[in-house]
Design a protein around this ligand. Structure first.
Ligand code: SAM
Length: 291
């Protein structure tokens, strides 16, 4: 097959020949290790009937490996200066296309209809720009796109927060939001040395297997997530204190204690100890009370 784009020599030669200066503000840390790329692509479980959406192809190192594994690859890149480089590196892969744009602005529903309607399943696979990891993941999940899985390289601390269960300091509203939509699994911890330039944080590859159904029954998702957000407003405060500050007045906050107990939750507990099931139960009762 064609030479790997990811080799340090080919990456440096390409950047130099095009006079390309990496932009730190766009999170441009390019992967130069084919083993890591293969681990990412392997976790997505692609085949020629599947499609892959990549966010931020850079010079195409991951795009190339995706093109080898999937039937259709579409990559959204914000930096116009990369388009001529991608045109060159992806020339051997006509089923891979690049769209110029900010993934947070692009209509992904339209993109899916246009690019993936013939695929038996679609994955999002990316080495994400770290400055916008959470907004990108939340956009993918909240738009309820027909995805099989999301396999992304992100900052290690963020991966740990996404995968955390109740009880620890990593557990928070991000953990619950991600786990409401997906089953997370940390696939690999990745050293700085596989990037040009090397980022000053540790990285991890996380796989989010998208659920067909949420694991808990929630009527009003917006309110459910509001209650969770409110419960973590001040991590050191009790669930009672955080929720009374958000939803109750001095006059009626006595009611909250009974409401919590009815949901099986001791009012002196902290938000970080509640399971998703408990938040679902609590938000149902709180909504009925506030109505
Ligand atoms: N995929 C390449 C790799 O693994 O070597 C590049 C990954 S680099 C960490 C992140 C890429 O995302 C950069 O090419 C950057 O220009 C692009 N990017 C940053 N913000 C973006 C956004 N909002 N929408 C689309 N692409 C973005």
């Amino acid at each position: 097959g064609a030479e790997d784009i990811a080799s340090p020599k080919r990456t440096n030669d390409l950047l130099k020949r095009h006079g390309f200066k990496l932009k730190k503000s766009l999170g441009q840390n390019f992967l130069i290790d084919t083993n890591v790329l293969n681990k990412i692509v392997g976790a997505a479980e692609l085949d020629k009937t599947k499609g892959a959406l990549e966010i931020g192809p850079g010079i195409g190192a991951l795009t190339q490996q995706l093109a080898k594994a999937a039937g259709r690859v579409t990559a959204v890149e914000i930096d116009q200066r990369l388009l001529p480089l991608l045109k060159e590196t992806l020339a051997p892969y006509p089923h891979a296309s690049v769209i110029h744009g900010d993934v947070l602005q692009v209509s992904l529903n339209d993109l899916f209809k246009e690019h993936f309607s013939e695929c038996s399943g679609v994955s999002v696979v990316a080495n994400l720009p770290y400055y916008v990891t959470t907004p990108i993941i939340m956009k993918l999940l909240e738009e309820k796109l027909p995805l099989e899985n999301i396999v992304v390289m992100i900052q290690k601390e963020v991966a740990e927060r996404m995968a955390a269960g109740p009880g620890g300091k990593e557990y928070g509203s991000l953990s619950i939001a991600v786990q409401y939509y997906c089953e997370p699994e940390i696939v690999a911890i990745v050293p700085h040395t596989v990037f040009i330039p090397q980022p000053n944080v540790d990285s991890a590859v996380i796989k989010l297997k998208v659920r067909q159904q949420p694991p808990v029954d929630v009527e009003d998702e917006d309110f459910f997530f509001d209650v969770i957000q409110a419960s973590f407003t001040q991590r050191r405060k009790t669930i009672y204190n955080n929720l009374s500050a958000k939803y109750f007045t001095k006059e009626n906050k006595g009611e909250l204690e009974g409401l919590l107990r009815e949901a099986g939750i001791e009012p002196s507990r902290r938000g970080e100890t509640l399971s998703m099931q408990e938040y679902a139960e609590l938000s149902k009762r709180l909504k009925a009370y506030l109505k």
